[in-house]
Design a protein around this ligand. Structure first.
Ligand code: 9G3
Length: 564
């Protein structure tokens, strides 16, 4: 591509709304432009990178034996009503009516569509296993689109769905996808880690998230530096701290007129937050759930939801509900006398002695409370793991870090095949539900992750595999006939090899051209300068600072070497 013909979209300044490096650089390098909140247009450079990543995904999916489809993005509501998910996602689902007032949605994901396809087309075990995938734009009306493509309302996803005759087959399909994902992210030069994840509303038995380490990541991951254990914080199990054995003291009711928060209580009782147990109250669909964790811990809502049975609605109880179940204002909730559907008690609480809880009476707390003597409940792991938690695999200390999910693979089992009647006839002539898995990769997120991991103060440093152009040829002086002609000759030779190459033939100073070449991150830069008289050009890689002088007649060979 000759840059004199190119719509140059590079920006000197960083647009204010961009907070993270990848978003800033996608705007400044002219890869994307915002259309609306969380909605972007791809400019030529951005589209080329997107396509390069898609092709890597496509190659590895095909190598894994998956077949590429392209489903519609305009989905009839009937399918979602069959699976029971039409209402589940509320305002996050883009819904619309057609001219006959029929209800549709813009596809946020395609479990229903591919299960419908399977129930119509797969009849016998002889057709199994099968893995169908697509690379397609998805629509989700995110409440808070942010960080550019990291959380946008329209994004490109590779989503795949596997169908097996039994759970052994699902394990094979799942592991094939796990391997394919590892290859994909390696080829894209995205350093990421597969972590055990909660399957949440997707049901099924287990899932893995492919996480890119990032301070701006929305997910928290607990991982062990000693062994390879890693899990999303939603799922990471906790080991209760055992307390020094103490004499059980007499329960006593204490007037605490102004102490409502843990901090107030710490001051009032002159002890630390570990001496308290807080009781947090939630509404889970039509049930009221109270969860007790030590004062310095956090309730893990995913663990609570799983214990309740993945409710559709789940949020903190409002003041009215708290008053109803505790008889007290917010801040005085406790286990003694509480009237709730579930009283979940974190394991750790059962190893504590003589702790303080709300008295379910405004202005009062109980001290010297002991589990077992004073109250009972459903004991389990209901808190978030913290830095230093014991690794469930090797016992060493866990570290907590933030990450961006670029891929997520699930063992779905029969969640959709049963709700939508996708059965097959097995070897014994019996009708069985298809055993499913689903596998997603965020293509835009992967693109953003590449930039997050490959940039410097001058701009993007594209890995060769995804770079929009692999080589840029720059004549140093626009007015110099010999430099311009030689640069064009080099450009044509490289193009003839089928290599994506740029020729910066604009009427600009060399400095401007170097700045743009660095900003848009082209891996190889060839400069035709004053040494061309001796048949010498400059050869520089974007990823390091050394500049080599290369003789013209060995240049093409060198370019080929670099692209291997
Ligand atoms: C919806 C809306 C948003 C959603 C979903 C459905 C997330 C939804 C989970 C998945 C699971 C897997 C296939 C590829 C891998 C991930 N947000 N999920 O199902 F209607 Cl509005 O998408 N899908």
């Amino acid at each position: 591509m000759k840059m004199s013909n190119m719509l140059m979209l590079t920006l000197r300044e960083t647009p204010a709304e961009a907070e993270i490096e990848s978003h800033k650089l996608m705007l400044r390098s002219g890869m994307i432009r915002k259309m609306a909140s969380g909605v972007y247009n791809y400019m030529p450079l951005g589209l080329k990178v997107l396509k390069n990543i898609e092709n890597i995904v496509r190659e590895e999916m095909n190598n894994a034996g998956a077949q590429e489809f392209l489903a519609s993005a305009l989905l009839p509501s009937e399918l979602w009503k069959e699976s029971g998910r039409w209402e589940v996602f509320g305002p996050e689902m883009f819904k619309l009516n057609d001219r006959n007032e029929r209800e549709f949605c813009l596809g946020p994901t395609h479990e229903e569509v591919f299960t419908d396809l399977a129930r119509n087309e797969i009849k016998s075990y002889k057709q199994l296993p099968v893995n169908l995938y697509q690379i397609q734009t998805k629509y989700r009306d995110e409440r808070r689109p942010r960080f550019g493509m990291i959380r946008s309302r329209e994004f490109v996803m590779k989503d795949a769905y596997s169908f097996d005759k039994d759970y052994e087959g699902l394990d094979v399909s799942y592991n094939k996808m796990y391997e394919a994902y590892t290859k994909i992210f390696k080829r894209c030069n995205v350093e990421c880690k597969a972590v055990a994840a909660d399957s949440g509303a997707m049901g099924g038995s287990g899932s893995a998230e492919f996480m890119v380490k990032s301070e701006i990541g929305e997910d928290e991951v607990a991982f062990c530096k000693e062994c390879d254990y890693a899990a999303n914080i939603e799922k990471a199990p906790c080991t209760p701290e055992k307390e020094q054995e103490e004499e059980l003291k007499d329960l006593s009711k204490v007037e605490t007129p102004h102490a409502k928060t843990i901090d107030d209580l710490v001051k009032f009782f002159n002890t630390d937050s570990k001496g308290f147990v807080k009781t947090i109250i939630y509404k889970a669909d039509d049930k009221v759930v109270a969860v007790m964790v030590r004062g310095d811990r956090e309730v893990n809502e995913t663990k609570v939801k799983n214990a309740v049975g993945a409710p559709v609605e789940f949020e903190l109880a409002d003041e009215k509900t708290v008053k109803t179940v505790t008889g007290a204002a917010v801040g005085f909730a406790g286990p003694i006398g509480i009237k709730v559907d579930y009283l979940f008690v974190d394991n750790e609480v059962t190893f504590m002695y003589n702790f303080i809880v709300g008295a379910n009476e405004t202005g009062y707390h109980f001290s010297n409370v002991n589990y077992g003597r004073d109250f009972e409940g459903t004991v389990g792991d209901f808190r978030n793991a913290v830095e230093g938690e014991k690794c469930p695999k090797c016992g060493k200390e866990l570290t907590i870090a933030r990450g961006i999910e670029v891929g997520h693979i699930f063992k779905l089992g029969t969640k959709y095949s049963e709700s939508m009647g996708a059965y097959f006839v097995d070897e014994n002539g019996e009708n069985k539900p298809l055993i499913m898995g689903c596998y997603g990769i965020g293509i835009n997120r992967t693109m953003a992750a590449v930039i997050e991991q490959h940039h410097d103060e001058n701009g993007i440093v594209w890995p060769m595999s995804v770079a929009p152009y692999k080589v840029i040829v720059i004549p140093a002086v626009f007015k110099n006939e010999e430099q311009m002609k030689t640069a064009e000759k080099i450009y044509n030779e490289i193009r003839a090899l089928g290599i994506e190459v740029l020729l910066d033939d604009r009427n600009e100073r060399a400095g401007v051209k170097f700045k743009d070449a660095d900003l848009i991150g082209i891996p190889v830069r060839i400069t035709v300068g004053k040494k061309i008289g001796d048949g010498i050009v400059e050869f520089k890689l974007r990823k390091n600072d050394n500049v080599e002088e290369v003789a013209l007649d060995s240049l093409i060979e060198k370019v080929k070497q670099e692209l291997k």
